[in-house]
Design a protein. Structure first.
Length: 148
């Protein structure tokens, strides 16, 4: 045990339920805040969120706050993902509908993955161009040796 020295009291971290109660006053208040941030307070969504664990609700709340702060709304986040994914054109409506069905938590993660994919693609293109230049230089040296 980490805090089991003689004469010290064992300190346990708060459980997710205790964190929700301390920060929001209860699960209902947290669900109300999440639905308020999302701008969607349908009974189906509230019912689904009430069945989710407290730990996952805390993560949903964090992701929803990040989504609102960075993109304004779920639609703004969907548009940002589409712009990253399809820079030269617009996708079919099926893709947009699929994204709109995702939770904010999943959309924020998808945006991060898409952004990282764009960066990695750019690095791969730069690396391929550099390799092509090196190979061309080597071929030129070999040709010069054969001629000379």
């Amino acid at each position: 045990m980490a805090n089991s020295k003689k004469g010290t009291k064992q300190v346990n971290p708060p459980t997710p339920k205790q964190r929700v109660s301390a920060a929001f006053g209860g699960k209902r208040a947290l669900v109300d805040e999440i639905t308020g941030l999302m701008g969607d307070s349908t009974p189906e969504l509230r019912s689904a969120l009430m069945q989710v664990s407290n730990d996952r609700l805390i993560n949903h709340h964090r992701a929803t706050k990040r989504m609102v702060a960075s993109f304004g709304s779920k639609d703004g986040l969907v548009e940002s993902i589409i712009a990253l994914r399809f820079p030269k054109g617009t996708p079919d409506e099926g893709f947009r509908g699929k994204l709109e069905g995702y939770s904010p938590w999943r959309l924020v993660d998808l945006h991060r993955q898409t952004k990282n994919w764009e960066v990695n693609q750019a690095k791969a293109v730069a690396k391929a161009a550099k390799l092509k230049a090196v190979k061309a230089k080597r071929r030129a040296k070999i040709r010069a040796k054969k001629k000379g």
